[in-house]
Design a protein around this ligand. Structure first.
Ligand code: F6P
Length: 366
């Protein structure tokens, strides 16, 4: 039997289980292939004892609509930056990639399918350069990967954010308030932009268009007459005023030898900025957080995830390596991993959806 190993890395995302299921179902049509999964990204391979699970049709039955990942995941460490304590008790990183490749050989793994975002695909490329047969599958709610039209999980996140805007609109109107919804997306404003258009917000603040607080205030004032009116604002966690830095909740993990800026607090900061600018209206913030990543993937994401899973296994069958599955409408194809990690997919301020948003009166505070 030949073996393909599946891993899910980085933040979880609705649709991961649908990809795993599709890989297993497609593989089961071949007589000579079996699928195994590594627990918590590649940690399962590197741990002693090894933590891998056999993925057969029974294991994946009915998981396509379950959120999260049955394999578990992590956005810390990895084979090239494994956290260890040195003799003085300080955390440092070691490169265990060669050891991992040897372990994969020992386990009889012929190919690896690595489902993950930008960080995970960088690991895929580095493993490929070390001779590992590897296929990447793009995953992120942020939609910030450039070599694919879309990633699964993104539309589910938009749906959840839009439902939140819908709820906030009614309470904003009842109380003559400004209600501010902070959404995820890291340095890309796609979730905020889509939710603002779909939910009918008046103001949308995204990382790609730093805002001028006076312009935000002007738009707010235009919505109030004699103290009556309401405003709904959707703000990306990565949005910031012109000249300001990102709002950082925590600089994570320095002592573990990895570095990650955890964004958060942009809505709260905006309230303070608006108060300083003399905003007289009642303001409240809602931070949607991980609700955007959890739970059932919507149908679109299940379909895309299933397409990605089938394609990933077919690339393995074709003997391809060092490539990532990609959706380029209407095709599911593949691109070199080097292209996939070359640049991010940020919102271009001239993109059609920004123009649409401006066309319906949404202000970006610029
Ligand atoms: O990349 C997905 C994402 O949810 C971002 O939108 C967000 O900034 C980040 O992950 C949060 O990461 P964590 O779950 O580690 O707090």
């Amino acid at each position: 039997m030949k073996r393909v190993l599946v891993a899910t890395g980085g933040g979880d995302c609705p649709g991961l289980n649908a990809v795993i299921r599709a890989i297993v179902k497609r593989a089961s049509k071949e007589k000579d292939w079996e699928v195994v999964g590594s627990i918590e990204a590649f940690n399962g391979i590197l741990r002693e004892p090894t933590e891998i699970m056999i993925l057969d049709e029974k294991t994946v039955s009915g998981i396509h609509y379950r959120g999260g990942t049955i394999l578990g995941t992590t956005n810390k460490g990895g084979p090239f930056a494994w956290p260890v304590k040195d003799k003085d008790g300080n955390w440092t990183e070691v490169d265990r990639s060669d050891e991992m490749i040897r372990k994969l050989q020992y386990l009889g793994v012929d190919a690896v399918i690595n489902i993950g975002g930008d960080g995970s695909q960088r690991i895929s490329q580095a493993l490929f350069e070390k001779g590992c047969n590897i296929i990447g599958v793009p995953k992120t709610i942020d939609n910030d990967l450039s070599a694919t039209d879309s990633t699964f999980g993104f539309q589910t996140a938009i749906q959840i954010a839009t439902e939140a805007v819908d709820k906030l609109v009614t309470t904003a109107a009842s109380h003559n308030r400004i209600l501010i919804l902070e959404v995820m997306g890291r340095y890309a404003g796609w979730i905020a932009l889509n939710a603002a258009v779909a939910g009918g917000a008046e103001i949308c603040l995204i990382p790609e268009i730093p805002y001028d607080i006076d312009k935000v205030m002007k738009k707010i004032d235009s919505r109030f007459t004699k103290g009556r009116g309401f405003v709904n604002i959707v703000i990306s966690e990565g949005a910031r005023a012109i000249g300001a830095n990102f709002t950082i909740q925590e600089e994570e993990g320095n002592e573990l030898g990895y570095h990650n800026l955890r964004l958060g607090g942009a809505a709260n900061k905006l309230i303070h900025e608006l108060k300083s600018a003399g905003c007289p209206y009642d303001m409240r913030e809602t931070v949607l957080g991980h609700l955007q990543r959890g739970g059932v993937p919507i149908a679109y994401d299940r379909v895309l995830a299933t397409q990605f899973g089938v394609k990933a296994f077919e690339l393995v069958l074709e003997g391809k390596s060092g490539v990532m599955v990609s959706y380029r409408h209407p095709y599911i194809s593949s691109v070199p991993l080097t292209d996939a990690i070359a640049r991010y997919n940020y919102v271009d301020p001239d993109t059609a959806l920004i123009k649409t948003a401006r066309g319906v009166g949404i202000s970006f505070g610029d």
